[in-house]
Design a protein around this ligand. Structure first.
Ligand SMILES: NC(=O)C1=CN([C@@H]2O[C@H](COP(=O)(O)OP(=O)(O)OC[C@H]3O[C@@H](n4cnc5c(N)ncnc54)[C@H](O)[C@@H]3O)[C@@H](O)[C@H]2O)[C@@H](O)CC1
Ligand SMILES: [K+]
Length: 482
């Protein structure tokens, strides 16, 4: 089984919690499965559970409680004060253990660790550090790891051997366990251990649907301190229509882009510029639509931005489409939308077709009982790109995996909603991988649409979605320390 990265695990846990199988339930499941494995392997004996102050320690507290229930003689060493324990399921389970008169020794420094406990036990459960660990073990974890390794007792590590960095698979000083009980899937670096993977009840939906977990690890402006680091998006659109590129550009700003430039034909450019002083608008050569003479200008603009969103409000003048055909290969990160989605276009990056545009591109009519995820995945694989299919619900795929969007509503079938979505995708894509950007954008766009619908029902407009984007981001963006 392929290992799961720390970020993937965080995302799965966050989506699991979002769909109702909470962090607390996951911890209970993890602890129960670990205790069951231990009871199957070791007859009743003296067990020392060494807990860290994070959720791995929380798992250890659940194991301690369940082994006591099964008649084992259990003692817990907490490497810190109870007051330092992560609030939430870990603290709850440590308090429960203490409340059950299980001896919990608090050892905040190496000197406070009762060394004799490591000699007077038959089995040690290593619940010090899990996927939240990185670097070199600090004290008192470091001493505890040494004492565990020097002990003659059997050792079982929860999720991974404490001291193994699951981001890199490396370990400088880590527990050498007889068995690792890994939760949900192995982490990187477990190849050299005896591992038992246990299911902790993460619902299938956490894997198949978007959720707040898809925002974990998404880079935003605050990750780039230098000016313009937050992402510079170029919007190439406008012509017969001026609202569409405007929605895309404003949505990108609302999603955290730092600089958004709109390149549009002259007349459209002056109208777009009049909508908002926030927009940097670059009028092109022709009055009404984009022409081949614009290519050198567009080339220069493309080079000065992290990503490009093209197609919104473009119109379908043959000369315009010919120009777009020439500039698409020049774009490293591109979101291709609306009129630019033509079968003979060199499509790549992320495409955001609605149902009709997808039909035009793939020749596939997706009816209500079609498996949209499979069709969109196949199309994405064949064309080597990421598709954000704007069905209801939307489906995102990179050709390998596919996710169904879990937010959004029928009120969003309103002019401009697709342009807003394209702007959110473009803003995220400036600084993030394509598939992650598309999943996160689908989720945030639908969440903003849900807030707008909550507020205005079917009277909502795309501009209401625009205003809700920052609130959706604030509501669902898991705090860094999770
Ligand atoms: N979040 C969840 O819903 C679940 C988490 N689970 C468990 O939670 C673990 C992840 O928990 P956390 O993210 O809280 O982190 P961990 O419990 O893995 O470790 C975090 C603790 O270690 C400390 N730490 C980090 N680097 C250190 C270093 N170099 N030296 C010493 N201490 C260090 C941190 O300050 C923190 O207190 C998983 O491995 C798994 O065991 C499971 O219960 C499944 C459910
Ligand atoms: K561990």
């Amino acid at each position: 089984m392929r290992y799961v990265t720390v970020e993937e695990m965080r995302a799965l846990e966050a989506n699991s919690d979002y769909f109702g199988v909470t962090y607390g339930m996951l911890m209970e499941n993890a602890g129960r499965k670990a205790a069951e494995s231990i009871i199957a392997l070791y007859k009743k004996c003296r067990v020392l559970v060494v807990c860290g102050t994070g959720n791995n320690g929380g798992d250890g507290a659940v194991v301690a409680r369940l082994l006591v229930n099964a008649g084992y003689n259990v003692m817990v060493i907490l490497l810190g004060r109870v007051g330092q324990v992560k609030p939430g399921p870990a603290l709850v389970n440590l308090e429960i253990a203490r409340g059950m008169d299980i001896p919990v020794i608090e050892a905040a420094t190496p000197g406070q660790i009762p060394e004799e406990a490591f000699a007077e036990c038959d089995l040690i459960v290593d619940a010090i550090l899990g996927t939240g660990f990185h670097g070199i073990p600090r004290e008192p974890a470091r001493t505890a790891i040494r004492l565990i390794n020097e002990s003659k007792a059997h050792k079982v590590s929860l999720d991974l051997p404490s001291g193994l960095d699951a981001n890199t698979g490396e370990c400088v000083e880590c527990v050498c366990p007889d068995l690792v009980i890994a939760f949900h899937a192995p982490k990187k670096g477990l190849e050299r251990y005896r591992v038992e993977v246990v299911d902790i009840g993460i619902p299938e939906k956490a894997l198949t649907h978007t959720g707040p977990g898809d925002l974990i690890g998404l880079k935003t402006r605050s990750d780039f301190v230098e000016k313009g680091g937050g992402g510079r998006l170029l919007v190439i659109g406008g012509g017969p229509y001026t609202g569409a590129p405007t929605f895309t550009a404003l949505a990108a700003y609302r999603s955290g882009a730092e600089i958004v430039t709109v390149a549009a034909p002259r007349r459209a450019a002056s109208i777009i510029a009049s909508f908002s002083p926030d927009l940097i608008v670059r009028p092109l050569s022709h009055e009404d639509f984009i022409v081949r003479e614009d290519i050198p200008t567009l080339k220069k603009l493309i080079e000065r931005h992290h990503a490009v969103a093209v197609g919104m409000g473009l119109g379908r003048e043959p000369e315009t489409l010919a120009a777009v055909k020439e500039i698409l290969p020049l774009c490293e990160r591109v979101v291709i939308d609306a009129d630019a989605l033509q079968p003979d276009m060199p499509l790549h990056g992320i495409i955001t077709p609605n149902v009709h545009e997808f039909e035009r591109l793939s020749g596939e009519h997706l009816g209500p009982n079609d498996d949209a995820a499979e069709k969109v995945k196949a199309f994405s694989a064949k064309n080597g790109l990421v598709t954000l299919w704007k069905g209801s619900p939307a489906v995102v795929s990179d050709g390998n995996v596919a996710k169904v969007n879990s937010t959004g509503n029928a009120g969003m079938a309103v002019g401009g909603a697709g342009d807003v979505l394209a702007g959110i995708v473009g803003a995220f894509y400036c600084r993030n991988p394509a598939y992650k950007s598309a999943c996160a954008a689908a989720f945030i766009s639908g969440a903003a649409g849900d807030m707008a619908f909550e507020d205005k029902g079917y009277g909502m407009m795309a501009s209401d979605m625009l205003n809700m984007i920052p609130y959706a981001v604030k509501k669902y963006w898991p705090r860094k320390e999770k």
